[in-house]
Design a protein around this ligand. Structure first.
Ligand code: ATP
Length: 211
């Protein structure tokens, strides 16, 4: 039987409640068997005082521990080099030929999706599920073109085809971003309305994101 798997790719530096809320909403709304959070690999010497790949993966594991349908996808971390979504989807479909993949992005990502490497290749291998994000609209950037050519209106129609469609979701809005959280962490405690308390505790214990 075909498995329906959502993939939420990102940096997760750190994973926040916006990510987890989107993943949970998509899983339930689209009736997916599971949603995997897939942190990208980042070189250890990158400029920002962020977390290592293993620390980002550890925070994702902590943030999703109460949700059995969410999991950590290590594919890009285990490669130890930069990954592109089209390549990662090719590896996933090769590894799991009986699964259908739904790549989850925020509206900010849809607005510049045509700059992604081999974006047509992504759409050949998966559907795209787009979560609304405060401050970004479907009228901006690449979104109007993409929705005109690939947009679909509902989950039932989406599931009748194996890939190549873009569905806009009506998810709860969260004005949260990892970059804002990192800025806050330099001087203050961002609080539990943006980060899961277990993630906040991990950040404090590991002394992450300090100036
Ligand atoms: P940064 O602020 O550093 O850019 P981020 O908060 O956007 O980080 P990422 O790990 O880059 O976090 O995001 C991964 C994916 O999750 C992206 O597709 C992004 O659009 C989406 N996303 C992140 N935060 C939200 C949010 N609050 N609402 C909807 N989608 C989100």
């Amino acid at each position: 039987m075909t498995k329906h798997i959502g993939i939420l790719g990102g940096t997760f530096d750190p994973v926040h409640l916006g990510h987890v809320s989107c993943a949970r909403f998509v899983q339930q709304h689209c009736q997916l068997d599971e949603v995997r959070l897939m942190p990208c690999h980042l070189p250890a010497h990158r400029a920002t005082p962020g977390a290592t790949s293993e620390q980002r993966a550890a925070m994702v594991t902590l943030a999703i521990q109460s949700y059995p349908r969410l999991s950590l996808e290590r594919l890009e971390l285990d490669k130890q080099s930069a990954s592109y979504t089209a390549d990662s989807l090719a590896l996933l479909t090769h590894r799991e030929p009986n699964s259908r993949f739904y790549f989850i992005i925020g509206m900010d990502s849809l607005c510049y999706f045509q700059q992604w490497k081999d974006w047509q290749g992504i759409l050949k291998q998966a559907h795209i599920l787009v979560c609304q994000r405060p401050g970004y609209s479907a009228a901006e950037g690449d979104a109007p073109f993409l929705l005109l050519h690939y947009g679909i209106n509902n989950v039932t129609s989406l599931k009748q085809v194996s890939a190549g469609k873009i569905l806009l979701l009506d998810n709860p809005l969260h004005a949260i971003s990892a970059s804002h959280i990192r800025q806050q962490l330099v001087s203050a405690n961002p609080g539990t309305d943006t980060l899961d308390p277990v993630v906040l505790n991990y950040i404090a214990t590991q002394q992450l994101y300090q100036a």
